[in-house]
Design a protein around this ligand. Structure first.
Ligand code: SAM
Length: 243
């Protein structure tokens, strides 16, 4: 039988989409440069923070050893924003989903340094995770910060924000829970606004066809700072799940 660590590493090395198969992916498989520290983190820290997906839906009380509000971040990159949210909101539990191994390694290193206990990490396709593993009415917030915009028209089908996916996310939220999207790509912001506005059970907290001011709790990440330096504007959308 494979050890838990070996199983964890293999699940990270190959992002599996088991039952639910999406033919077009929202990401390109890229290994990038992985540092020795990130590699060490994937090997040694995964057993502490990583979630090996089983066939059952998540049992958050068992995962965190307590009952607390659960928030998800989809595509956390290097985990900067997720760590800041978890550090400043110890009363909440956080699950980060990412497919980029060096990014997962970076987040694990930060979790170790900050000794955070309220974060778990999933190394799989967010769509698969939401379809197969996240129970309905279970989350208090879902964050999607700067999803890949796939700007070319022929690539729009690769965008993570699609009506079916947003409907899945809406279903996973508790009544009153929020989906927060931030993007620095105007066309994607308008598209996300249209998709979320047409999703049953979601209500725009800013009113119809409007964006919210940048919420203070969203950390200014390296990605956003770089965009700001290039003069990019950022659009924040917060939609609430209604009954
Ligand atoms: C443009 S980056 C933004 C990273 C981070 N949120 C930030 O603001 O710096 C988008 C991230 O989403 C991840 N991603 C894209 N599609 C995904 C999917 N289906 N499941 C999980 N992660 C995904 C990519 O690997 C990438 O790290």
């Amino acid at each position: 039988m494979r050890s838990r660590t070996t199983a964890a590493l293999s699940s990270l090395e190959m992002v599996k989409v088991e039952k639910h198969v999406r033919t077009v992916r929202s990401y390109v498989r890229r290994e990038g440069r992985i540092t020795d520290a990130q590699r060490r983190a994937l090997r040694e820290l995964w057993p502490q923070y990583g979630v090996d997906l089983a066939d059952e839906p998540f049992d958050f009380a068992a995962l965190f050893g307590r009952r607390a509000p659960v928030m998800f971040e989809i595509g956390f990159g290097n985990g900067e924003a997720l760590c800041e949210l978890a550090r400043t909101h110890p009363q909440n539990d956080y699950v980060g989903i990412e497919v980029y191994r060096p990014g997962i390694g970076s987040l694990l290193l930060k979790l170790e340094t900050l000794m955070l206990r309220n974060v778990r990490v999933v190394g799989d396709d967010a769509e698969h995770v939401f379809v197969e593993h996240v129970p309905a009415d279970s989350l208090d917030a879902v964050y999607l910060f700067f999803p890949d915009p796939w700007p070319k028209k022929r690539h729009h089908k690769r965008r993570l924000i699609q009506p079916d996916f947003v409907a899945r996310v809406a279903r996973s939220l508790r009544a009153g829970g929020c989906l927060h999207i931030a993007t620095d790509w105007q066309d994607y912001a308008e598209y996300a606004l249209a998709v979320a506005s047409q999703t049953p059970k979601l209500e725009n907290t800013a009113g119809q066809h409007a964006y919210v001011p940048r919420p203070d709790e969203r950390l200014l990440t390296r990605f956003e700072r770089r965009g700001q330096a290039l003069g990019h504007q950022v659009w924040d959308l917060v939609f609430r799940r209604v009954v």
